[in-house]
Design a protein around this ligand. Structure first.
Ligand code: AP5
Length: 214
């Protein structure tokens, strides 16, 4: 099963992708995570992406499309994948269609996570992740069971993203509404979109997703 999770920054795409990975045995493909790994490695792609990401803008379609196409070809995607943060522009959606046709694959579900913009600022500025295993947490909404210790791996080091500040989040929300939200119409015309209520609690959102995915 291959699916696309769509929603603005902070909608819960990453949080729910981690849960779907475990429950459905398919892999999360987050273009944001891939780009952050490139930035951390100091690669040419990372150097090109760094400033754009820190300003809240979008990295060039060409780079992203090539990156995701080669990722989908890897063995761990054969059982299925969750696209988190891709496609984000109409050219990316069109390129995805073309690459899936060429690879003999299809998308079974396009899921829109509906949320309120203002609440996203609080979600994002309170977010942090385990430096060891990448498990996601929030200062208020998703605390580890034991303070300062990761539930998944027992790690005690945590990180916050460079672009998770209120000013950059506003730029990211604007980029979403201008460049990404229009793709929903593209998929709605194909009758492929299911909408879920992303303002519900994390567990309730998981239940809604499971009802769609089966
Ligand atoms: P990316 O990493 O994709 O960031 P994003 O889309 O801005 O999404 P986020 O990761 O911020 O949000 P999320 O929906 O995953 O929320 P999460 O689950 O963590 O992209 C970063 C940058 O990379 C872009 O700005 C761009 O520059 C570049 N880029 C990436 N892809 C690109 C592409 N295709 N083309 C061009 N450029 C690209 O949740 C947030 C917090 O809220 C967490 O702490 C969580 O615990 C909490 N939370 C989650 N759900 C709930 C809930 N239901 N109730 C309460 N709290 C909740």
């Amino acid at each position: 099963m291959n699916l696309i999770l769509m929603g603005p920054p902070g909608a819960g795409k990453g949080t729910q992708s981690q849960r779907i990975e475990k429950s459905h045995g398919i892999v999360q493909l987050s273009t944001g995570d891939m780009l952050r790994a490139e930035v951390a490695s100091g690669s040419d792609l990372g150097k090109e992406a760094k400033d754009v990401m820190e300003s809240g803008g979008l990295v060039s379609d060409e780079l992203i499309i090539a990156m995701i196409s080669s990722r989908i070809d890897q063995d761990d995607c054969k059982k299925g994948f969750i696209l988190d943060g891709f496609p984000r522009t109409t050219p990316q959606a069109e390129a995805l269609d073309a690459m899936l046709t060429e690879k003999g694959l299809m998308i079974e579900h396009v899921i829109e996570m509906k949320v309120d913009d203002e609440a996203m600022i609080k979600r994002i500025t309170g977010r942090y992740t385990c430096a060891e295993c990448g498990a996601g947490y929030h200062d208020e909404f998703q605390k580890p069971e034991k303070e300062g210790v990761c539930d998944q791996c027992g790690g005690t080091e945590f990180t916050r993203r460079a672009d998770d500040n209120a000013e950059t989040v506003r730029g990211r929300l604007q980029a979403y509404h201008e460049q990404t939200a229009p793709i929903l119409s593209y998929y709605k015309e194909k009758g492929a979109v299911k909408s879920i209520e992303g303002m519900a609690s994390i567990d309730e959102v998981t239940e809604q997703l499971n009802a769609v995915l089966g």
